[in-house]
Design a binder for this molecule. Structure first.
Ligand SMILES: C[S@@+](CC[C@H](N)C(=O)[O-])C[C@H]1O[C@@H](n2cnc3c(N)ncnc32)[C@H](O)[C@@H]1O
Length: 339
């Protein structure tokens, strides 16, 4: 252990033993291999603390061409390419953009459009490349006890990704896709889907064996490339109010985010919540939050869902509408359990 938390080797070992195996046997083996190599751990510890996370360094290796292989071949790759890996790790961040999360947001988005009787103006904070801004342009397949419901956008060229989501409980699966008339995002570092390096980085962030997610990413990028969204570079707290002011007044403004709040301090999250409250009062803004444990645990140590067994939430996201829990979601949009 070191002063600022568990040691780097523990971090890689835990990632390899507990986080990775279900999604990526290859990352599981590689991470444990790294944890057992003191020289690699020493090199990783030359990087700033926020750059040492396993996913970032593994994605950097993949970006540079590391293929699925047994650990000894990967270890050789790491030693051969260390200078380049360092360069990528220091220049990049984990900015996975998962279009699949639209499947867990869609029922709430459609309900908002129904209730307000207006089309939607979407503003995503922490938007990465902005692929979450096209929920009306993707295809969906919701599978529950009552069977399968499919939702398709109008005839599209190129074909939309099919977002498959298993549902439980009274999920309000809509009969049609909501109309979106404006889309904009904020990110500290927006990724550019017209830039081949950024696209290659988005692909490298997907775990090696998850080819279906890479295919989904490519299809979502092709959709977004037809009508690239407005992406503003900057801190979400600095940009939100200004950008929200350019949303059309005759549409319902929905501010949403997925997998972003973990990057903010609790003071920054509080500032964001206050801005959302002010937008709710001034222009009827609706707020959807799709996040992991950082939003479940409040600054005072209490939980926004105190009645819920933490085991039920482990490894999953909580979907909140205007601060009220509505569903537990698979982290990549693969499941939705209505509360
Ligand atoms: C894990 S990615 C998730 C991207 C996207 N929301 C999704 O679900 O696919 C988190 C994104 O939040 C952005 N981010 C983190 N802190 C931010 C801040 N303070 N202001 C704006 N963007 C931020 C990061 O740059 C990154 O692109």
């Amino acid at each position: 252990m070191c002063a600022d938390g568990p040691g780097t080797a523990d971090w890689y070992r835990n990632f390899g033993m507990f986080d990775a195996p279900e999604s990526s046997p290859c990352y599981a083996e590689w991470s444990v291999g790294i944890a057992n190599d003191p020289e690699l751990i020493r090199r990783i510890e030359q990087w700033p603390h926020n750059k040492r996370q396993p996913l970032l360094m593994l994605a950097a290796a993949r970006f540079l061409g590391a293929r699925i292989s047994p650990y000894p071949a990967f270890s050789e790759f790491l030693y051969d390419h260390w200078a380049e890996i360092s360069r990528i790790v220091l220049a990049r961040a984990t900015q996975t953009n998962e279009a699949g999360r639209c499947a867990t947001l869609l029922p709430s988005l459609a309900a908002i459009a129904d209730v307000t009787g207006k089309p939607l103006a979407l503003l995503e904070v922490g938007a990465s490349a902005g692929l979450g801004l096209f929920p009306d342009r993707y295809a969906y397949e919701y599978q529950g006890a009552a069977g399968i419901t499919r939702l398709l956008p109008g005839p599209e060229e190129p074909p939309p990704p099919m977002l498959r989501c298993t549902i439980e409980g009274p999920v309000p699966v809509p009969a049609a896709l909501p109309e979106v008339v404006w889309r904009a995002g904020i990110d500290l570092n927006p990724l550019d889907i017209a830039n081949p390096d950024d696209v290659a980085w988005l692909e490298a962030l997907i775990w090696p064996e998850q080819e279906f997610r890479r295919e989904r990413l490519r299809q979502a990028i092709a959709i977004a490339q037809q009508q690239p969204p407005l992406l503003v570079a900057g801190d979400l707290n600095e940009q939100l109010v200004h950008l929200a002011a350019s949303a059309p007044a005759d549409a319902t403004l929905v501010v949403f985010h997925s997998a972003v709040m973990a990057y903010l301090t609790s003071a920054e999250r509080e500032r964001f919540r206050q801005a959302i409250n002010a937008l709710a009062v001034s222009r009827g803004c609706q707020w959807l939050s799709n996040e992991g444990h950082t939003v479940i645990q409040q600054a005072d140590g209490s939980s926004v869902v105190p009645e819920m067994n933490p085991e039920r939430l482990r490894g999953r996201f909580l979907l909140l509408h205007n601060g009220q829990p509505v569903a537990i979601a698979g982290p990549h949009g693969q499941s939705l359990q209505w509360l």
